[in-house]
Design a protein around this ligand. Structure first.
Ligand SMILES: [Zn+2]
Length: 303
């Protein structure tokens, strides 16, 4: 029996969980729609409902599509397990029991409004009501695989990863142009994506460069700019060297006055200039599609 996608009635960007239309399993069926594709799966072992269909988007979904970021993590060769939110993570809404949490989240969104970008506007956020955190979902190929929460009132650690599966989170609005900006956290990565459409904000979700990071950069980046917190300059320099050596991608380390999520005027202009430079000098794909060649980039000192 084919699954009737019309009956799923799933909106772009949404995740649903329901009884399985194939085997009738109670609440065993999940489906997600991203970029017009519906990815569905039934957790019942005896059921083979699993797949991906290109369903398309409604005109309304189309019109808002280009302001939605691509949020991705992980390595495409490695399937990650779907992540299920613990019960104390709730979707903010207007029902009586979560109005208060909606206020927390709205206040948190307001905190990151800057001159250059309303960073968290239209970004999917949930609320950890036990630990008081704003929770950012992390997807792989449209499937929720992890979530990371930022404290709302001084809890430690400042950032908490719930699923431990995601090694990075990348954000890009529109067609990615191969320029990657490496930052530490997701708010900084979203800031980059919003201020410069086409540029990928790449959050390390920590301070170390892992194999998963390097693999992703090797696959998709044409030029990398490392812009970690200003107090991590030594780390920034080491990371620049490592990326260039391992991934064979022109890489720059830059020193900002403040973390990019604070949208300091000078920082935005400075990084903007380097992004323009990167677009001109990125690693070029050869016309015959045979491998890559690196454009030599002149580096005079690292900052
Ligand atoms: Zn099923």
């Amino acid at each position: 029996m084919l699954i009737d996608m019309d009956k799923l009635d799933i909106a772009e960007g949404a995740n649903i969980r329901s009884d399985c239309p194939r085997c009738g399993g109670k609440n065993t069926f999940t489906a997600t729609k991203r970029d017009g594709k519906i990815i569905y799966n039934c957790y019942k072992l005896s059921c083979d409902a699993k797949g991906k269909v290109n369903y398309g988007m409604t005109a309304e979904e189309m019109s808002s599509y280009f302001i939605k970021p691509l949020i991705e993590t992980g390595n495409l060769n490695k399937r990650m397990e779907p992540f299920v939110y613990p019960e104390h993570i709730v979707v903010p809404g207007n029902t009586w029991y979560n109005k208060r949490y909606t206020r927390y989240i709205n206040r948190f969104r307001m905190r990151w409004q800057g001159i250059y970008a309303e960073t968290l506007q239209n970004i999917e956020l949930l609320c950890d009501v036990k630990d008081k955190r704003a929770v950012f979902p992390i997807y792989q190929d449209g499937v929720l695989v992890d979530a990371i929460g930022r404290e709302l009132d001084g809890a430690t650690p400042k950032w908490l990863r719930y699923g431990k599966a995601a090694e990075y989170a990348r954000y890009c609005y529109g067609q990615p142009n191969g320029v990657f900006i490496l930052v530490e956290d997701v708010i900084s990565a979203i800031t980059v994506a919003k201020v410069w459409p086409g540029v990928t904000g790449f959050a390390l979700l920590g301070t170390n460069l892992t194999d998963a990071h390097k693999e992703c950069l090797s696959d998709d980046a044409r030029y990398v700019i490392v812009a970690l917190d200003p107090d991590a300059m030594r780390k920034t320099l080491v990371m620049r060297k490592e990326i260039e050596a391992w991934c064979d991608i022109p890489t720059r380390a830059i020193r900002l006055r403040d973390d990019i999520k604070y949208q300091d005027d000078e920082d935005i202009n400075f990084l903007g200039r380097w992004i323009n430079e990167a677009k001109r000098h990125g690693k070029q794909e050869q016309p015959n599609g045979e491998g890559f060649t690196t454009t030599q980039v002149q580096t005079t000192g690292d900052t």
